[in-house]
Design a protein around this ligand. Structure first.
Ligand code: T5A
Length: 213
């Protein structure tokens, strides 16, 4: 891994425990005295958060898949220019709750948008920037959706059918099997404590060069 700025992303289906485990990663980084910035997608800046709101709210008219895809990349372009790139350039570690793997999983596999088009937008908006490390919290969407339902009302994307989330999960696992060096898959069906310990041990191993340990 390169020294200085480091880009870590966290992914998974709904209810896989991203928020729960982003906190585990933050605790780990704080213990190691790493200077990090936490952010999220869609969102992370004033304008990108407005786009997030547009994406997650229910509307009286259906949103076209291409509209959703372009809004996500619009939010990402703003986020990259005003936050992610500047923070990486300062040498900070950027921890981002979801990034472009989510676009391949949700818009690509879920909504069946053209993967080639997603790749073109990725290159246009990101240039060569890709995450250094991606934590994929893997969970059967049956369990994930049940966890989310218990939390309250479902947003526009959470309201999709189970098959949609099965395709999303499959896409994440495909990405992980193609990019083993970048992706770290954690079984999120374990207890919170076991997920936490597995994740901490894996981070310790994957980040030892960066941490100089
Ligand atoms: N999106 C995003 C796209 O479609 N394309 C894109 O390119 C991008 C970037 C918003 C939405 O945007 C879509 C995907 C999403 O639908 P989000 O806010 O990150 O993205 O969406 P959520 O998946 O809803 O994220 P949350 O943070 O709300 O949910 P989490 O992080 O998956 O789950 P968390 O930690 O809140 O846990 C859910 C519940 O489960 C419990 C927790 O306590 C909580 O109640 N839990 C466990 N229960 C039992 N055992 C465990 N091990 C547990 N871990 C957590």
């Amino acid at each position: 891994m390169r020294q200085g700025g480091l880009f870590i992303t966290v992914e998974g289906v709904e209810g896989a425990g991203k928020s729960t485990n982003v906190q585990v990663i933050e605790d780990f980084l704080s213990e190691k005295n790493v200077d990090y910035v936490l952010t999220r997608e869609p969102g992370g800046t004033l304008i990108s958060e407005k786009i997030r709101n547009l994406l997650l709210r229910h509307h009286e008219e259906d949103m076209e898949a291409i509209t959703e895809l372009l809004l996500i990349f619009a939010a990402r372009a703003q986020h990259l220019s005003t936050k992610i790139r500047p923070k990486l350039a300062e040498g900070k570690l950027v921890l981002c709750d979801r990034f472009t793997d989510a676009t391949y999983a949700y818009q690509g596999a879920g909504r069946r948008c053209d993967l080639k088009l997603i790749g073109q937008l990725e290159n246009l908006v990101q240039g060569s920037l890709r995450p250094d490390l991606t934590v994929i919290l893997d969970l059967d969407p049956h369990i994930g959706l049940e966890r989310v339902r218990q939390r309250g009302q479902l947003d526009r994307i959470e309201s999709q059918q189970l098959e949609f989330f099965q395709r999303v999960r499959g896409a994440y696992l495909d990405i992980a099997s193609r990019e083993r060096d970048r992706c770290l898959v954690i079984d999120s069906s374990q207890t919170r404590e076991n997920v936490k310990n597995t994740l901490r041990n894996a981070l310790q191993e994957r980040m030892k060069d960066y941490l100089n340990e």
